[in-house]
Write a protein that binds this ligand. Structure first.
Ligand code: PLP
Length: 392
């Protein structure tokens, strides 16, 4: 069998060799606790401070605006619940979001609602973009925080963050964006777009799993979710993951330096993949393709008459790793909340496959997928009549 093809870069990415190299000393001789006063501690403290400063520079932020977390999920929780809890006593009781957010955001908003917030879900266009009129009508002077993801992880649509921030600011609401899929793809700079809080995750950009960061604009108060030590000025207590923070800073620097070149490469590969699929499977539907702005790394395709689970297994048997959009829970694929929110019928949504391109993807990968995918579609459709009704 030819080399396997990883087409799931939106789920996670391999750790870059440069990142691993930067991290290694902190698993060896430079093992100190940054809170210790002796030389080992001071050495770790210096490395952590430097990582904070370097990551800050990648985001147009100062070091005090960077809070390291265990990943994107924790960053989203701190941003949303922290902002809500800090503001609820001001009479700002509404939290505005969209129905296409990552579960980390949706669940944080639900938790705020359980604590008394009014949850408002913005309408979406069928192209997968926030309906600005709906957003404007929901974000009001009673709004604590509005949270809208920058790039959607299932369909790759890009939201008009600059406009959404402006609207939130005009009524005194905080604005948070989950930029986990956006960082390294679009220009994420706190100096050009005045978002208040922003989440990133290491393992989507070539750093390890289990590290991320939340940007908190200077002057913005976010209540802590954890209690303990004074680390990160009490915003996120617990002994810092020095090695991973150093790795995240290195990965972020590489992502920023290579961003435009990376975008062009991914976009070319994506267009080739889409064109070849549509040429051989003309009734395939690519979700989010009508958005004015799209990420270059995500292709979410439905083929009527097939189903995600069987297609994913058939692709995997041929060495091609894709996903069903949202990660499956306990092995079974539930219909995507994102596709349903943008008006895709349950039948069409049940055949959705997400292919996400990245550093491991080459032209040869795309060519093979362009051969295998249509063949599997034909097989699935041909077998449709012969196979008894789905047994599960
Ligand atoms: C992966 C992802 C997350 C979660 O990040 P983790 O570091 O895995 O917790 C959040 N939001 C989006 C958009 C993601 O793609």
């Amino acid at each position: 069998m030819p080399d396997p093809i990883y087409l799931d870069h939106a789920a996670t990415t391999p750790v870059r060799p440069e990142v691993l190299e930067a991290m290694m000393p902190f698993y060896g001789p430079r093992f100190g606790n940054p809170s210790s006063v002796h030389r080992w501690g001071r050495e770790a403290r210096t490395a952590l401070d430097e990582a904070r400063e370097r990551l800050g520079r990648c985001l147009g932020a100062t070091p005090d605006e960077i809070c390291f977390t265990s990943g994107g999920t924790e960053a989203d929780n701190i941003a949303i619940l922290g902002a809500w809890r800090a503001r609820r006593d001001e009479g700002r009781t509404a939290v505005v979001t969209t129905p296409i957010e990552h579960k980390a955001v949706l669940a944080s908003v639900h938790e705020a609602a359980r604590e008394g917030a009014e949850e408002r879900l913005c309408a979406m266009t069928n192209a997968g973009v926030v309906d600005l009129e709906s957003y404007q009508s929901l974000v009001r002077s009673d709004t604590a925080i509005a949270t809208v993801m920058w790039i959607n992880n299932e369909i790759g649509t890009i939201q008009p963050i600059a406009e959404l921030v402006q609207i939130a600011k005009s009524v005194g609401a905080l604005f948070h964006t989950d930029a986990v899929q956006a960082f390294g793809k679009v220009d994420v700079d706190a100096r050009t777009i005045p978002f208040d809080v922003l989440s990133i995750s290491g393992h989507k950009i070539g750093a390890p799993k289990g590290i991320g960061a939340v940007y908190i604009r200077r002057g913005t108060v976010v209540a802590p979710l954890f209690f303990g030590g004074e680390q990160d000025r009490g915003r996120r207590p617990g002994t810092e993951n020095v090695a991973a923070a150093v790795g995240l800073a290195r990965a972020a620097e590489l992502a920023v330096a290579e961003r435009e070149q990376h975008w062009d490469r991914l976009e070319q590969l994506r267009d080739r993949l889409e064109q070849s699929i549509l040429a051989k499977v003309p009734d395939a539907v690519i979700h989010g393709r009508d958005a004015r702005e799209r990420a270059p790394h995500i292709v979410n395709v439905s083929v009527p008459g097939t189903d995600s689970e069987s297609m994913l297994m058939a692709l995997d048997l041929r060495g091609i790793g894709c996903s069903a959009g949202s990660a499956c829970q306990s092995g079974s694929i539930t219909p995507s909340h994102v596709l349903s929110a943008i008006g895709v019928s349950p039948e069409l949504a049940s055949s959705a496959i997400r292919m996400s391109i990245g550093s491991l993807t080459t032209d040869a990968c795309i060519d093979r997928v362009a051969d295998v995918f249509p063949a599997l579609v034909n097989k699935a459709r041909g077998m449709g009549a012969a196979v008894p009704a789905h047994a599960s």
